[in-house]
Design a binder for this molecule. Structure first.
Ligand SMILES: N[C@@H](CCC(=O)N[C@@H](CS)C(=O)NCC(=O)O)C(=O)O
Length: 350
């Protein structure tokens, strides 16, 4: 009897423990969705904190006055415009390839906009990806005088590569499937890597092809270097936000979508003032004279018009920062609009 009683008590106690544990799990599991209110925090703070590259010309770099510009920076400016109608209401937080994810997890910034490749494991472990602002692929750069004209000539040649990147992982795959010996020289700091490459310590350097084009402009003699034709991976680069805050991820996601849709509709920083008089319903919704897209996201209804006026549409940002007329000189290619055969396709604002 006693034994029976004790057993029953134990069973009840165990049940209670289990339900407490279940409750705790549910509670903790639901926490980000319930408690994370990044948009409110940003509004209250009055500035957006944006994680960016420590210096990658065309994507994110600061001038001598500490003013940041670049394609990734424009996304920070777009979000600040959507919330505050002020592209300068931003505190930039420079992060390296190695520090970016820990900084995101630690809540050091509200969004990461830093040539970061969307992969499954990063998505699961570090935060939410909300779109792609540059479709890229990994390549190799060599000094022209090396005579190397294909990545398949890099067997057992020292290659400079950044740590904690998709770059180092893809290279392992590429050398394996090409039956070549992979001889990496790893760097944590990209400035040091570039210097080492420029000094001839490696026969090649490898990273995203946009990164190579950007880095090339800062070498002693840019013309003396060549980006090899092989593209060895997919590198969809895009902004990340802390996991589990869908109200916030929507703000960042739709800020990018606003820029892409604006380009598709021919609305730019110059004509956005006139777009409010457009007879086209989609344009009216884009600039907020129709519909309540802003209200739905906790933003002014002119959120997208403000982005376009302050930052421009995606095409303007591309042309200004990395396009053929900049030193980086990247053709639109796959980053063209879908209507031109590219991959830039934004869901509709409605
Ligand atoms: N897209 C790749 C590579 C990104 C990356 O960090 N690339 C290097 C070379 S362009 C870089 O930006 N280094 C600068 C730094 O780490 O400060 C990734 O997400 O892992």
């Amino acid at each position: 009897m006693n034994y029976q009683n004790n057993n029953n008590k134990r069973r009840v106690a165990r049940k209670q423990l289990i339900s407490l544990a279940t409750l705790a799990t549910l509670f903790v599991g639901a926490m980000p969705a319930v408690f994370a209110a990044t948009l409110d925090d940003v509004k209250q703070r009055g500035v957006l904190r944006c994680g960016v590259n420590v210096g990658l010309v065309g994507f994110a770099s600061a001038n001598s006055l500490g003013q940041y510009s670049g394609l990734d920076v424009d996304l920070c400016k777009a979000v600040a415009s959507a919330i505050f109608n002020d592209p300068e209401a931003i505190e930039y937080k420079p992060v390296t390839a190695t520090t970016r994810f820990d900084a995101l997890l630690a809540g050091e910034f509200d969004m990461l906009s830093r040539n970061t490749t969307w992969t499954l494991s990063r998505n699961v472990a570090f935060g939410d990806f909300v779109g792609v602002n540059f479709y890229d692929g990994q390549g190799f750069m060599v000094p022209k005088r090396s005579g190397i004209r294909s990545a398949l000539e890099l067997d057992n040649k020292p290659v400079c590569v950044s740590r904690n990147t998709t770059t180092e992982l893809n290279a392992v795959d590429f050398f394996k499937v090409s039956n070549m010996r992979w001889r990496p020289i790893y760097f944590e700091d990209d400035a040091v890597l570039k210097l080492a490459y420029d000094e001839g310590e490696c026969v090649a350097m490898t990273t995203d092809r946009s990164g190579l084009a950007a880095q090339r402009t800062t070498l002693k003699e840019p013309e003396a270097h060549l980006v090899l034709p092989e593209v060895i991976s997919k590198e969809p680069l895009g902004p990340m936000v802390p996991a589990g805050d869908s109200a916030w991820s929507n703000v960042v996601r739709w800020s990018l979508n606003c820029m892409i849709n604006a380009e598709e509709m021919g609305v730019n920083s110059t004509n956005v003032g006139k777009a409010v008089n457009s007879s086209l319903p989609a344009v009216q919704r884009l600039v907020g004279v129709e519909g309540n897209s802003g209200e739905l996201m906790g933003l002014p209804n002119t959120w997208c018009a403000n982005i376009i006026r302050n930052v421009g549409n995606y095409g303007e940002s591309y042309t200004r920062n990395v396009g053929p007329d900049t030193p980086i000189g990247l053709e639109r290619g796959v980053n063209g609009l879908w209507t031109n055969g590219g991959l830039m396709y934004a869901p509709p604002i409605r």
